[in-house]
Ligand binder design. Sequence first.
Ligand code: FVH
Length: 307
Amino acid sequence: MGIATPQQDITVLGLGAMGSALALAFRKAGLETHVWNRTVDRPGVKAVLADGGQLKDTAASALEASSLIIVCLYDYESIYSVLSTASKEEFASKTIVNLTNGTPSEARAMSSWMREREVLQYFDGAIMNTPQHVGTPHAFVLISGEDEQAFDTISTTLRSIGRLDFLGSEPGAAALYDSVLLAGMYGMFGGTLTAIALLSKASSPREKGTPAVSTAAVIAEKLIPMLQALLPSLVETAEYFDAKDWRGHPANNSVQEGGLRNILATCEDEGVDAGLLRYHHEMFGEALKDGRGEEGMAGLVRDLVGE
Ligand code: FVH
């Protein structure tokens, strides 16, 4: 362990949208790429085979084919069902990198399960991009497990997928950071879905005879520039939280409550379900009831963690 030798070949288990993008990136990097997928008749399987991937007929034979195994299946249950068919001997000397989405506790349990099978190394990772970005500068992979020296043995190969961020030995760390980053992402999408719904229903522009605009144009030309200007305030919010500076935010809870109340009222008038934003508004309302109207938004984190 710890000696980085150039990887000549690799196995990818799972050729869905993401697994097939990974396999194609490894092919592009010049690796002999062994692949297995439960269902052979899939677009991803066809694309990888057309690019020179070697299809194995069982997961066990795919495991046997290379010392470095990438797993990218739907969920952890599917990994257990696929890998339970392999014998302990087939796991020996293998480095397994699991890029299936899951929770930190699932990652830790999988790490223990792999230890019982005496794999050489187990890493748990999370891909922070969509399949079309694999192998581009936008791609970004979180990895945890083993140690830095062990990570060095796979990092050159994994860089064919994208930028790597090694988070240390704790196997659940990548899944935790995945949830952290995706929580931010879903917040952004939740607001954007409500914005699109509101635009699609809003009556006033039509009544005024304004030419129809696509929702995409409004998002591109108006929402994105506004969000870009606001991005630094995400860091500031975390800085206020770290410093326990509950009064630091430029727009206090009282102002924010009023703004969000107006959005909810507009949604109501237009027949749009504002449920994705309602809980945030309720939190501002609770903060006002507690006499925290002058505080900034960072203080709401205390409510989320039950302080
Ligand atoms: N696609 C994305 O944008 C996201 C980006 C972030 C990371 N995710 C995670 O990556 C995992 C795989 O996602 P995917 O996009 O490749 O998903 P699918 O295209 O639906 O392919 C799923 C593969 O899993 C196989 N599979 C499902 N259940 C089983 C099972 N019980 N036994 C064996 N294999 C199973 C499926 O096989 P098949 O249906 O073609 O036979 C596909 O290979 C996932 O964790 C994302 O959250 C992607």
